[in-house]
Write a protein of this length. Structure first.
Length: 301
């Protein structure tokens, strides 16, 4: 194998340095936040992401662009308010998920509600697999933490971050909430499927762009949407239950909700039902969805 060209070597080193510096800043924010009392911690990091990191990193602009696409009916001022609140929620969610002791302990007080609670209990009693599906809304870890406190063993599938330094400790935060976590890819999928076959519970987030995935309606716009959760549910006769952790007006507590299982049919129909479920939640609480993702991209990608 030939040695990389000097220019390529320089770019690799520059990218590595960029990842290192970015992670150092993130770790600094985490450590500073964790040194504060819980409520001050959540509010402070929410403020920092809303007013500093979000605008500098381009997340605010991306949120505004997405809002202009999906909600042209709103005034620019209303979209700006949603974008600001969205960034605040992103920051709060980030530091909550790094509060590996405090956040799960607080969520243990929550009793999940909704039409999916009894089907979940019956399925686990009977050894039937369950796939819990949600989006980047509210805090997606709130309900998992509440269920883990009730004795459920819930695994998850995650997408590796591009920054390897950040990814190393990010994965540990997910493991702290209980249950095994698996990286996307052949190795992770094998463990994920094995956990499912054994009647385990798994969490999937399905609301990000996936190349080559089917184009389905999401909030009135065509979006490439992974149908893997529905495919797994059909293949392993698993319940497919949408769930949400809705942030409450105090900014610190959550309503943890399990919706009714999505009926088995075909992957695209089932995934459309998931899209419709999340869309309804976003319509009711638009500031709680992560508008910062590149959800709607070219159909050619």
């Amino acid at each position: 194998m030939s040695e990389p060209a000097p220019r390529d070597t320089f770019n690799i080193r520059l990218r590595r340095l960029s990842h290192y510096v970015t992670n150092a800043v993130i770790v600094g924010i985490i450590r500073t936040g964790l040194a504060l009392p819980y409520a001050a911690r959540i509010r402070s990091v929410g403020w920092v992401v809303q007013h500093v990191i979000g605008p500098v990193a381009g997340y605010r602009k991306r949120a505004l662009d997405n809002l202009a696409l999906v909600r042209p009916d709103l005034t620019p001022q209303a979209r700006a308010q949603i974008a600001s609140a969205c960034l605040n929620n992103v920051g709060r969610t980030f530091i909550e998920n790094y509060s590996a002791d405090d956040f799960p302990r607080r969520m243990a007080r929550n009793v999940p509600r909704g039409a999916g609670v009894e089907p979940l209990r019956a399925a686990t009693d009977n050894g039937q697999a369950v796939i819990l599906v949600t989006g980047h809304f509210g805090n997606y870890e709130a309900t998992r933490a509440a269920l883990v406190a009730q004795g459920y063993n819930i695994g998850g599938l995650y997408r590796d971050m591009k920054n390897p330094y950040f990814n190393a400790h990010y994965v540990k935060t997910m493991e702290a909430f209980g249950g095994p976590v698996f990286p996307q890819g052949r190795r992770g999928t094998a463990g994920f499927v094995r956990h499912l076959k054994d009647g385990g519970l798994l969490v999937l987030l399905f609301d990000q762009h996936v190349q080559k995935a089917p184009i389905l309606d999401f909030m009135g716009q065509p979006a490439r949407t992974a149908v893997s959760a529905a495919e797994l549910a059909l293949r392993y006769n698993a319940l497919l239950i949408p769930f949400y952790g809705l942030r409450q007006p105090d900014g610190l507590s959550f309503d943890t909700v399990l919706e009714a299982p999505v009926p088995h049919s075909d992957p695209e129909t089932m995934t459309l039902a998931l899209n419709d479920s999340l869309s309804a939640r976003v319509r009711d609480n638009p500031e709680q969805w992560f508008w910062v993702h590149r959800r709607w991209r070219s159909h050619e990608s």
